[in-house]
Design a protein around this ligand. Structure first.
Ligand SMILES: [Zn+2]
Length: 91
């Protein structure tokens, strides 16, 4: 139970993880965007979760035009689960 272990137990982290998709879509107000952005850069676990989601987003965009190997999708999914823990995935 390390106190600096900022994971999905923190309300701020839960909120940031919940908003990641909206953040990526640019559907947040400037104020909320700033809050989430600040949290993502201040909190390494959330920052890396955001990095994974961003990578997936690019992958999904590309998959509209080209086939993505199932193996790669599986690998990215595992990475998300490892980073996001119990956070629900809407992918
Ligand atoms: Zn966090």
């Amino acid at each position: 139970m390390a106190e600096d272990d900022c994971t999905d137990q923190h309300p701020e982290c839960l909120e940031a993880l919940r908003q990641i998709h909206l953040y990526l879509d640019g559907e947040l107000t400037a104020e909320v965007r700033q809050q989430i952005g600040a949290h993502l850069s201040a909190c390494p676990p959330c920052g890396s979760a955001y990095g994974v989601h961003e990578a997936v987003r690019h992958l999904v965009e590309r998959s509209c035009r080209a086939e993505v190997p199932p193996e790669m999708v599986q690998r990215v999914r595992s990475a998300i689960e490892a980073v996001a823990g119990e956070a629900p995935s809407s992918i």
